[in-house]
Design a protein around this ligand. Structure first.
Ligand code: NAD
Ligand code: MG
Length: 392
């Protein structure tokens, strides 16, 4: 029986993790849950999974939550705000914390969980991208496991089982191509929020769906792969694979290439992050290659999608630059979702923000340096978008 806590339990990652827990109750037990504001769903989850502790971001909603669970025969510990999230992350005897929260807001809770000796099932890539230089030494110091739940990184991790140290030569990340993969580049300036939210293969939260449409998601995943698997950037490639059946590949020293395949279903990487190194038998639909049909590949278009190169550049610059890239992207995507900037403003604002960032400490930034870089980027993107009157 593995005891787990979920940060962001009402989101796409959170609900799919709970789906696994309800399918395999003899394998998994919930210790803590947390969410931003969806009190109704959170109350339902408390009823079903009986967590010991629950965090709610909005303190104002605490009364509504208390009322919604008042008829239960027990009361979980209820905590709120950013501090509440940290308390849930480090609470009790949970062995693994699933990070299904969005953005750099996951950084401090993830650090708290690591310091409490818990393994991390990492969905919240933004935390590692921004905080890699701080998070990785802590993972080592506290002897915990950082288990990738992102589908590409889970694929790489699965392929690496049995590859000896030093055996990995190249990583090939596959990308679906996002909502606009078949749209001519000249039409990108006109796309709307609802166009960008239509992902061809995966059903995910709003922020990551926009990141998929700009291909910044793949750029962020390049940095995520660098931190997780230790390869330098020239050895991490991206290939467009519209069917999302091959979830990523590795090349080993003798040129052999290993891949992990499956239907596009996030429960698979989530389950492996929770069960590793064991394999749990499931009754999920098995892959039928004939039904999958053609598996095709093409080069990513860097002219059409500048975000990938921005991410490579930020990754190579290192230090706090990935934190700047990430926060600029979070802020730009939030403005796009509020319909205040256009789709093509997203890469423009990020590029500008990274270009103006100067850091004293480029090699090994502290947590304070990273948080300051994050704040700088958010401010910069907001100010710039207002000043240049690109708000529409
Ligand atoms: P989502 O928007 O569906 O869910 C986010 C969850 O986190 C919700 O429960 C929300 O209430 C909570 N939350 C958000 N911001 C918060 C904050 N500041 N404080 C407290 N709680 C907060 O997002 P998602 O699609 O589940 O993505 C979660 C993370 O997983 C992201 O980092 C994303 O990049 C990553 N990821 C998601 C998928 C996927 O299939 N959804 C795949 C790979 C990686
Ligand atoms: Mg992914």
């Amino acid at each position: 029986m593995k005891r787990i806590t979920i940060l962001g339990s009402t989101g796409s990652i959170g609900t799919q993790t709970l789906d696994i827990v309800s399918q395999y109750p003899e394998q998994f037990q919930i210790v803590g849950l947390s969410c931003g504001s969806n009190v109704e769903l959170l109350a339902k989850q408390i009823r079903e999974f009986r967590p010991q502790i629950v965090a709610l971001k909005q303190e104002e909603q605490l009364t509504a939550l208390t009322e919604a669970i008042s008829d239960l025969d027990y009361t979980p510990i209820l905590v709120t705000g950013a501090q509440g999230l940290i308390e849930v992350a480090r609470y009790g005897d949970a062995q693994t914390v699933v990070t299904g929260i969005v953005g750099c807001a996951g950084l401090l809770p993830t650090i708290a969980a690591i310091e409490a000796g818990k393994d991390i099932a990492l969905a919240n890539k933004e935390t590692l991208i921004a905080g890699g230089p701080v998070v990785l030494p802590l993972v080592k110091k506290y002897g915990v496991n950082l288990l990738p739940a992102d589908s590409e990184h889970s694929a790489i991790f699965q392929c690496l089982q049995g590859v000896p140290p030093g055996g990995l030569r190249r990583i090939i990340l596959t990308a679906s191509g996002g909502a606009f993969r078949d749209l001519p580049v000249e039409k990108l300036s006109l796309v709307t929020v609802s166009d960008a939210l239509k992902h061809p293969n995966w059903s995910m939260g709003r922020k990551i769906t926009i990141d998929s449409a700009t291909l910044m998601n793949k750029g962020l995943e390049v940095i995520e792969a660098h931190y997780l698997f230790g390869l330098d950037y020239p050895h991490i490639d991206i290939v467009i694979h519209p069917q999302s059946i091959i979830h990523s590949l590795i090349e080993v020293q003798d040129t052999s290439v290993l891949a992990q395949l499956g239907w596009p279903d996030m429960r698979l990487p989530l389950l492996y992050a929770l069960s590793w190194p064991a394999r749990i038998q499931t009754d999920w639909p098995t892959l039928d290659l004939v039904k999958a049909g053609n598996l095709t590949f093409r080069e990513p278009d860097h002219q059409k999608y500048p975000c990938m190169q921005l991410a490579y550049a930020a990754g190579k610059a290192g230090g706090a630059m990935p934190a700047v890239l990430n926060a600029a992207n979070e802020q730009a995507v939030a403005l796009f979702l509020e319909e205040k900037i256009s789709f093509l403003d997203i890469p423009r604002l990020i590029e500008d923000c990274c270009a103006h960032f100067t850091s004293q400490n480029t090699t090994s930034p502290s947590l304070e340096d990273i948080l300051a870089a994050d704040q700088y980027a958010r401010r910069e993107v907001l100010t710039k978008s207002l000043k240049s009157k690109i708000w529409v």
